[in-house]
Design a protein around this ligand. Structure first.
Ligand SMILES: [Mg+2]
Length: 318
């Protein structure tokens, strides 16, 4: 199995068939793009409002999120055991996983060491498999009622404090996934919707400089887990964004595939330029439009058209 199909967990034929179709791949940064956290903790978000936002409240909200993220990582994702063994994705050690039933596996007593040999890589791959499975289940089935209530309240409080940044980013991702705001498929003469060959596909991918396990926890806690598959979450912590972008290009490459990078940092900007992909720079400042709420599909379409030309597969670009 080649790298692309092994990463996606699909058969090669099915994958090539998919990639032969018109596809847009949105590559998202996490922090200060889809979510706000560091800028709440260091006051940068509040300060950009010139005094109209309570800096201390932002800090308190940020600290509550940090605690919730760490509790999830430590309580369910083996983070105390694997904190120093960061991998670029949950599928990175897939080849070492022999698929054994883990229901009675002793995660506390298997003496996991640094993944420098096949035995420890296998032990680590088991843990990554469990994390992937929990990600698929979602937090509703992991958290008890008290934690769920606290999480809901914190999400609402943060969304209010940030004028809807979280919910707006989430609904934008939803639009990206569904192709909403794009024309519906054309009806053929026999009144059937035209075949899949003309259908546009949309994929959201996350590439974050944070380490993998807390980033997956953030995806769950900030409610992106139904919009970004666990196999499409990458940590560039050790390998850098250029390497992650190359893997993503290998994974999704095809004649009709277009990529777009959305983030706030120089690293994703330079990596996008090197790949000749459009880059949309997110800006915290309240007067800007490249932020949440503010960013529109029309703006994204404009960036696509600058790099890929006017005929990008839909007609919404200016
Ligand atoms: Mg960022």
């Amino acid at each position: 199995m080649d790298r692309a199909s092994s990463l996606s967990g699909t058969s090669k034929d099915a994958f090539e068939n998919f990639m032969d179709q018109r596809t847009k791949v949105y590559i998202w940064d996490m922090d200060e793009t889809l979510i706000l956290l560091k800028s709440l903790l260091n006051g940068m978000y509040a300060n950009s409002f010139n005094g109209s936002k309570d800096v201390k409240k932002g800090l308190e909200i940020g600290e509550m999120w940090e605690k919730l993220i760490l509790d999830l990582c430590d309580g369910y994702f083996f983070y105390e055991q694997i904190e120093n063994f960061n991998e670029p994705s949950l599928d990175a050690l897939h080849q070492f996983d022999d698929g054994r039933d883990l229901s009675d596996y002793d995660f506390c007593g298997d003496e996991l060491g640094p993944p420098q040999n096949d035995t420890n890589k296998r032990k680590l791959s088991y843990r990554l498999r469990v994390v992937a499975s929990m990600y698929e289940q979602g937090l509703q089935s992991i958290f008890g009622k008290d934690t769920r209530d606290h999480w809901d309240a914190l999400y609402e409080m943060t969304d209010k404090y940030t004028d809807g940044w979280l919910s707006s980013a989430r609904s934008f991702l939803e639009q990206c996934s569904s192709g909403e705001d794009y024309p519906f498929p054309k009806l053929e003469a026999n009144n059937h919707i035209s075949s899949n060959a003309n259908k546009m596909h949309y994929v959201n991918v996350l590439v974050t400089s944070g380490s993998l396990i807390p980033s997956l926890a953030k995806c769950l806690l900030f409610r992106f887990d139904k919009l970004i598959k666990h196999a499409d979450v990458y940590s560039s912590w050790d390998v850098g964004k250029p390497q992650c972008f190359k893997w993503i290009k290998e994974k999704f490459n095809g004649p009709k595939v277009q990529f777009c990078v959305i983030g706030d940092g120089w690293e994703e900007c330079e990596a996008a330029e090197a790949m000749r992909w459009p880059f949309v720079k997110i800006d915290l400042s309240p007067s800007g439009s490249h932020r949440f709420p503010g960013l529109t599909m029309r703006t994204l379409g404009y960036y696509f058209s600058v790099v890929y030309g006017q005929n990008t597969g839909d007609d919404t670009e200016e």
